[in-house]
Design a protein around this ligand. Structure first.
Ligand SMILES: N[C@@H](CCC(=O)N[C@@H](CS)C(=O)NCC(=O)O)C(=O)O
Length: 374
């Protein structure tokens, strides 16, 4: 019988448990709950600390991901590789697990709850410094041994895995992926690079098309923002609202995503590149006409449904929002003509997780302003 695991969407400690269970071949029945449920009497009886993950294995109720993973390995694994029984090896793994529990995860939690509660819109310096220190410490551990706690993978490595996203700060497709990750409450290790780095051998091995964003998730290297976002939703989201699993509904979302990829974004990037390379300081009329046509087409879609691909927000809205917001910097839309578009943009702007875009959008505006001032 499957063991029961209580989880919240993309909670990093719950994900570490799911990976460990897969590693030891244990079937889990994952019960995804809402944050409010953690404060109900029912859940508080399981875990008075009101946190997930919680594992139920027959009569045992086990709280704290680090305790759960070591329990699963000791009870179900065929060997002790992931959590060695030799005392001298085990203390190294335990030290890394405590480092994750006491230093690394609290940074992620603080950053995440700050965004959620709107306490800040950009990661405070103090947290950035703490995160950089963690990376430095990892670098030191990993110069001594190939894996975090020795010469083979252990549960300490599993607890530290977060998908890595390479981006350029102002890049619209990178920003759309960042908003999507925020929407599904997924933590990403964001690596900001500059345009020159995209042509290095190191990066070309990841993406011969030399474009960002690129996602590295375990062994998967995924290129193209639309593919990355839909992959993240299918892998990590707790429901399929953003990207429906129903074929008919999904084909409509896909159509909007392809419209963004093939028409909206190329128009935006041609304008952006023209400014950046100082080919022009005023948008050429052909490109301005393209932008206005795009606004008109979106206005038509929004005349049919409240959101771009139906009656609720989907990943298509996120992508088209980011592109329109960027295009609007160069070719502002007429608020009296594109009434539905303006109110849809406004509605998206109010969605709490969309605010994660603010510092990145500011970087985009700064690039334009720097060129206009030059
Ligand atoms: N269809 C791709 C487009 C990505 C793209 O063109 N990104 C730009 C930044 S906004 C880039 O990396 N340009 C660098 C280059 O083309 O060398 C996606 O959605 O990821």
């Amino acid at each position: 019988m499957a063991l029961k695991l209580y989880s919240i969407g993309a909670s990093p400690p719950a994900r570490a448990v799911i990976i460990t269970a897969a590693a030891v071949g244990v079937e889990l029945d994952v019960i995804t709950v809402e944050r409010d449920y953690l404060y109900t009497d029912e859940f508080l009886k399981l875990n008075p600390q009101h946190t997930v993950p919680v594992l139920i294995d027959e009569d045992k109720i086990i709280c704290d991901s680090h305790v759960i993973v070591t329990y699963l390995i000791q009870k179900y694994a065929k060997d002790d590789l992931l959590y060695p029984s030799s005392l001298s090896k085990r203390i190294v793994v335990d030290q890394r697990l405590y480092y994750d529990a006491s230093i690394m995860f609290p940074i992620v939690k603080k950053a995440y709850s700050g965004f959620r509660s709107k306490e800040f819109k950009e990661i405070p310096n103090e947290l950035k410094i703490a995160a950089v220190e963690v990376y430095d410490i990892f670098e030191k551990y990993l110069t001594k041994t190939e894996w975090l706690a020795g010469d083979h993978i252990t549960v300490a490595d599993i607890s530290s895995m977060v998908p890595k996203l390479y981006i350029i700060k102002e890049s619209p497709p990178s920003r759309a992926v960042i908003i999507t990750a925020a929407a599904i409450e997924l933590q990403l290790d964001i690596v900001v690079v500059d345009g020159n780095y995209l042509r290095t051998d190191e990066f070309l091995k990841l993406n011969p098309q030399h474009t960002v964003p690129v996602l590295v998730d375990d062994d998967n290297i995924i290129c193209d923002s639309h593919v990355i976002a839909t992959y993240l939703i299918r892998k990590y989201a707790k429901n399929d609202l953003l990207y429906s699993s129903n074929l008919t509904k999904r084909s409509l979302v896909d159509q909007r995503l392809y419209y963004d990829a093939s028409v909206m974004f190329p128009t935006t990037i041609r304008i952006g590149r023209g400014f950046h390379l100082k080919q022009f300081k005023k948008v050429p009329s052909e490109l301005a006409d393209n932008a206005i046509e795009i606004y008109g087409i979106l206005e038509t879609y929004l005349g049919k449904t409240e959101w771009l691909a139906g009656d609720h927000l989907t990943v298509a809205d996120i992508f088209c929002y980011v592109t329109v917001k960027s295009l609007n910097v160069a070719v502002p839309y007429d608020l009296n003509k594109f009434v539905k578009l303006a109110s849809w943009m406004d509605k998206l702007h109010q969605v709490s997780y969309v605010s994660v875009d603010e510092p990145y959008f500011k970087a985009f505006v700064d690039v334009f302003e720097a060129v206009l001032k030059s």
